[in-house]
Each structure stands twice: as structure tokens, then as C-alpha cells.
Design a protein around this ligand. Structure first.
Ligand code: SF4
Ligand code: SF4
Length: 370
């Protein structure tokens, strides 16, 4: 005899999904076209049809621990082919937002970050923190040639503020990922062998570096290119930051660095990659394919923060070369504020997808779920 199943819908969760970009959820009539057209969906228990059903039933616990919501790369193929205009790609995006809020601490901060009415309040925190550091320990308008370290010394002030922000983000991510990993193991897919973890990690790193999964998408194929440019820009600038720290801490060599310094050979192409990638992202989002939505506040917040980091960073370089101190120092201040915003709030914004998607991809490799 079939087992009886009692479904207790979480009405608040359904409303949250609808308000986060999944307003078309209830249009789904479960035809499964979406699961058939998705090039990333596995043969067994394919997505996103089952997620559409769970979401319309309000099964929050089942959805937030579902690795498949992260195996989706929001390519839009399913949305393009859905005969009911239910936008399954957008619904999965909304579910991912709720999953990020669910696993991050404190939850109220995650909800604030994804609510536009708190945006000015959230910006005010780094604006005041960094502004106070410059006021008390630096100088808003130093004399002479433009040298950003004259505005606020890298050590201890800039390093202390940014290492603090990074440490906070890492701690919140670590707590969230541990909880998520435990929940993942409640799923019906059994993880194979523990000793295969590092092999799975290596395969996932390769997939991420080359965007192998993303490139299987067809309707929004452009998204994989712009995403890859942004990703490579970030990786390059992360290496540049670590490199500059070694210059500062080990070799006591201060910025600005000469154009002939090898650090510039990586910094400039990485900055161009980030700028070019984010410009393509904005352009493509403003001209979405037929049926696709314009993106939610959750999507756009990260796009605009990355754009702010990229544009202010590039302007800092150009304004310093031009010797325009009156514009260069305020731009540098805004650059520091936008970088702080990006990293400190990363566990609550769409930026968190990097961590949860990588975790789900490792789990999927171990569970042979591909
Ligand atoms: S989301 Fe669209 S394509 Fe997928 S099952 Fe529902 S109606 Fe069918
Ligand atoms: S958005 Fe793309 S990857 Fe995600 S479920 Fe739809 S078709 Fe699959």
C-alpha cells in the first residue's frame, strides 16, 4: 500500500518566493517540459519540475537542502520553453535567495540586505566606518602627487578594516556551509566514498574555472561568457591583492607600483576583464530573451555592487595618472566603501552563490548526481 504523506504548506515561504521574483510560480501545470529541456538536469529525479511542485506546496525544508537548486545556473532555457510562462528559472533563483537567507547568520541581516528599503542604512555602515578611520588616522585631501596610502595607511588601518570584514564573512559562510552539508546528507542520494572528496573538489574547481556546466546552456549562452569574465577578473584581482600584501608585509614595498612591475601585468587585464564582464551582464539583463524576467532586487544588488567596485577601481587608476587629486581621493574613498560592502555582506547577497553552489557541486559529484 502506498505510504500516506501529509503536506504542511509553509504559506509564508510561498509568499517569500513570489515576492523574490517567483511570482509566476502558481502558473505551473507540471508538464515537465522544463526538466526535459534543461541540459544540466540529471536523468534521475530531474529538476526543475520537482522544485516547482515543492515550491507551490510550500515545502521550504525540502527545497533549501536540495542540491539541485544550485546545480541550476539560471541559463533560462526552461523559462524560454515553459508553455505556461511559469518562469521556472526565476523561481529557482528565488528559492536560492531564500536558501541563502536560511543558512546565513543573523537571519535578520540577510533579510535586510535583500530588502531595498534598508539599502542606505547598509551603505552608511562602511561609509561611516571608513570615513571615521580616515578622519582620525588619515587625511581626506593629502598634499602633493596622488598617493592613496597618504589618505589612509594600508597597515594597520586599511588591512585591519578589510581583514576584519573578510574574517566575518568567512565565519558566517563556514557556519552556513556546515549546516547546509549536514542537511544535504538528509537527501535520498548517498555520498559514495569519503576518500573521493579531494578528487571531487578538483573536478569542481576545474568545472568552475572553465564554466563547463554553464556552457551547456543554450538560450542564455551569453551569460556564461560575461559570468566567466567577471569570475576571472575577481580571481586575478584576488591574486593581485595577496601579491600586494606580500609586497607590503614581506618586502616593505609600498604602492603605487610602476607600470613595469609584474603585479600590474596581472592587475590591468583582471580589471579590464571585470569591467567588460559586468558591462556585458548589465547589457544582457536589460535585454532579456522573450519570456524571461528582468531579474530581482537580489540579482541587481550584486550586479551594481560589482559595477561600483570595478568602475571606482578603474577611475582611481586613471585619476591618479591624470594627477586629479580633488577627484581621485573621494573616488578612492567610494572604492573602499564598495569593496567593504561587497565582502562584508557577501554571505547575505547573491555573492554567496559561489560558496553554496561549489558545496552542492562537490556533493553532486560524490553522490554521482550528474
Ligand atoms: S514550470 Fe512550466 S515547463 Fe515546468 S512543469 Fe511547470 S508548466 Fe511545465
Ligand atoms: S535555468 Fe537553465 S539550468 Fe536552471 S533549471 Fe532552467 S534550464 Fe536548467
Amino acid at each position: 500500500m502506498a505510504e500516506e504523506m501529509v503536506v504542511k504548506p509553509d504559506i509564508e515561504f510561498i509568499k517569500r518566493i513570489q515576492s523574490a521574483g517567483g511570482e509566476s510560480l502558481k502558473k505551473c501545470f507540471q508538464c515537465a517540459t522544463c526538466s526535459v529541456v534543461c541540459n544540466l538536469s540529471p536523468d534521475s529525479r530531474p529538476f526543475p519540475r520537482k522544485e516547482m511542485i515543492w515550491a507551490s506546496w510550500g515545502l521550504k525544508d525540502q527545497l533549501v537542502r536540495d542540491p539541485d537548486i544550485w546545480l541550476c545556473h539560471f541559463c533560462g532555457d526552461c523559462t524560454a520553453y515553459c508553455p505556461r510562462g511559469a518562469k521556472p528559472g526565476e523561481v529557482l533563483g528565488a528559492v536560492r535567495q531564500v536558501a541563502i537567507e536560511h543558512y546565513s547568520t543573523p537571519t535578520f541581516l540577510a533579510e535586510m540586505v535583500n530588502d531595498p528599503k534598508y539599502l542606505l542604512f547598509l551603505i552608511a555602515f562602511p561609509l561611516i566606518l571608513i570615513g571615521a578611520a580616515i578622519h582620525y588616522f588619515g587625511n581626506f585631501s593629502p598634499e602633493g602627487p596622488v598617493v592613496y596610502s597618504k589618505m589612509l595607511k594600508p597597515w594597520p588601518y586599511v588591512d585591519f578594516i578589510f581583514l576584519g570584514a573578510a574574517a566575518y564573512a568567512v565565519a558566517v559562510f563556514a557556519k552556513g556551509v556546515m549546516a547546509y552539508w549536514q542537511d544535504l546528507n538528509v537527501n535520498p542520494w548517498k555520498v559514495r566514498l569519503k576518500e573521493n572528496v579531494w578528487l571531487a573538489v578538483a573536478e569542481v574547481v576545474k568545472d568552475i574555472l572553465f564554466h563547463n556546466r554553464f556552457r551547456k546552456c543554450t538560450t542564455y549562452f551569453n551569460r556564461s561568457t560575461s559570468h566567466l569574465l567577471v569570475f576571472l577578473g575577481f580571481v586575478g584581482l584576488f591574486i593581485v591583492t595577496a601579491w600586494a600584501s606580500s609586497y607590503e608585509w614581506i618586502f616593505h614595498k609600498e604602492s603605487p607600483y610602476a607600470i613595469t612591475d609584474p603585479i600590474k601585468w596581472l592587475a590591468i587585464p583582471s580589471a579590464i576583464s571585470l569591467l567588460w564582464g559586468i558591462w556585458l551582464v548589465i547589457r544582457d539583463r536589460q535585454n532579456p530573451p522573450e519570456n524571461a524576467g528582468p531579474g530581482s532586487y537580489f540579482d541587481w544588488l550584486l550586479i551594481w555592487v560589482i559595477a561600483a567596485v570595478a568602475v571606482t577601481g578603474a577611475l582611481c587608476l586613471v585619476l591618479r595618472w591624470m594627477g586629479l587629486a580633488t577627484l581621485a581621493y573621494p573616488t578612492y574613498y567610494l572604492h573602499l566603501v564598495s569593496v567593504f560592502f561587497l565582502f562584508f555582506y557577501a554571505p547575505y547577497t547573491k555573492m554567496a552563490h559561489m560558496v553554496y553552489r561549489a558545496t552542492a557541486m562537490i556533493y553532486a559529484k560524490l553522490a554521482e548526481r550528474e
